[in-house]
Design a protein around this ligand. Structure first.
Ligand code: B12
Length: 319
């Protein structure tokens, strides 16, 4: 396990970038460094932490293991016994990725079907789609895949997600609650919102997808009209997050959940604005989302009005 910082040409990831790529907060990365001696970063000429790809990959693995309840110290100790870093994404997805990057869509379809057919939708997401989206972004970041390849591949994967959402909706004719899912203006990444929508549908909720890049005022109108039990906003880009949180705090009529890879370092700030931060993969936070939405408003919550039972919205007059 490469815990020691050897001079490596690919040591170019800042702590903020590593945090986003692994879902481990900057604070936790520094704590692990101090307590467990991993990851020991390289240093830039200005003294800033710089991590290499092997460290990023090991951190991803540690993050995955700790999400199952394991202690980070144990996982780090165990990995110290291994000599080689794990592959960047599960091996069996490689033929699918290769076909997608070559725009060989027939081969991609075959590869996807053979991987996906035996798996239920949540595992298709966690074992194929989510890791591949991350891997594609990683390759783009490293320059080993072009933007047009990334578009082709991520578009294929989003279409698979949309298909699964359609199927889940068809099998969920009497949803118990509604959630609005989308991103605010300036945020065009839809994958996280789609994954969350799918998991909500599978949990018996109706996920109303408002897509990406939507002005805040439209969310308020949608809350007023559909009376959802939750508003779920996905943040991938971290620009102006405090400003975005302040804007979201003006929404009335439903609890506002914020998630996405940017949240990992901004949960405290989100809470300050009475938002409910749920950093980490949707598969591990959805239960909390459902629980918190059902128990909203909290006894201390005075600024928002309560959600209502699921009912057919009455048309409102436009002003
Ligand atoms: C596809 C993609 C695009 C597509 C998006 C198309 C579309 N319609 O979605 C396009 C081409 C538009 C794009 C553009 C850009 N992208 Co881009 N993109 C990606 C890619 C490959 C996949 C994104 C994705 O779908 N991820 C899906 C899931 C797996 O990740 P997730 O969002 O974190 O969501 C999970 C959880 O966080 C959680 N979750 C998410 N939201 C919520 C909300 C709630 C309430 C809850 C409970 C949970 C939850 O659930 C999800 C599943 O577990 C990523 C790679 C990556 N690592 O994600 C880069 C990536 C996100 N992009 C990146 C960049 C830099 C950009 C651009 C700035 C590039 C440029 N120079 O133009 C622009 C910015 C566009 C914008 N303004 O938004 C960087 C972001 C780096 C950073 N600062 O964080 C990444 C990480 C690539 C990289 N490795 O550097 N991109």
């Amino acid at each position: 396990m490469p815990t020691q910082a050897n001079p490596r040409s690919d040591a170019r990831y800042s702590i903020a970038a590593v945090s986003k790529l692994t879902g481990v907060s900057c604070h936790t990365l520094r704590i692990w460094e101090r307590r467990h001696g991993f990851p020991l970063p390289h240093r830039s000429p200005a003294g800033h932490r710089r991590y290499d790809l092997a460290q990023v990959e090991l951190l991803r693995r540690i993050a995955r293991e700790t999400q199952t309840g394991r202690h980070p110290g144990d996982v780090i100790a165990e990995l110290r016994g291994l000599n080689s870093p794990p592959p960047p994404c599960p091996l069996e997805t490689e033929p699918l990725l290769t076909a997608l990057l070559a725009a060989d869509l027939d081969a991609a379809e075959r590869a996807y079907q053979s991987l996906a057919d035996p798996l239920p939708p949540p595992l298709r997401v966690s074992r194929i789609i989510e890791p591949l989206l991350i891997e594609i972004g990683e390759r783009w970041f490293q320059g080993s895949c072009q933007v047009y390849q990334e578009r082709c591949a991520s578009g294929f994967l989003r279409r698979k997600l949309s298909l699964m959402i359609d199927q889940a909706q068809a099998q969920n004719p009497s949803p118990t609650h509604r959630a609005l899912v989308g991103t605010l203006q300036g945020e065009r990444h839809e994958g996280g919102a789609l994954i969350l929508s799918l998991l909500l549908e599978l949990a018996g909720w109706r996920a109303i997808s408002l897509g990406v890049d939507l002005p805040l005022a439209e969310f308020q109108k949608a809350i007023d009209y559909w009376k959802p039990s939750a508003v779920c906003i996905s943040f991938v880009m971290s620009g102006h997050l405090n400003q975005r949180f302040a804007e979201l705090a003006t929404l009335r009529g439903a609890p506002v959940f914020v998630g996405g890879r940017s949240l990992v370092n901004y949960s405290r700030q989100a809470r300050r604005y009475h938002l409910i931060p749920l950093p980490g993969p949707a598969s591990s936070t959805i239960e909390r989302l459902i629980h918190e939405a059902r128990n909203w408003p909290r006894p201390t919550e005075t600024t928002r009005s309560p959600t209502r039972e699921l009912s057919t919205p009455q048309p409102t007059s436009r002003s």
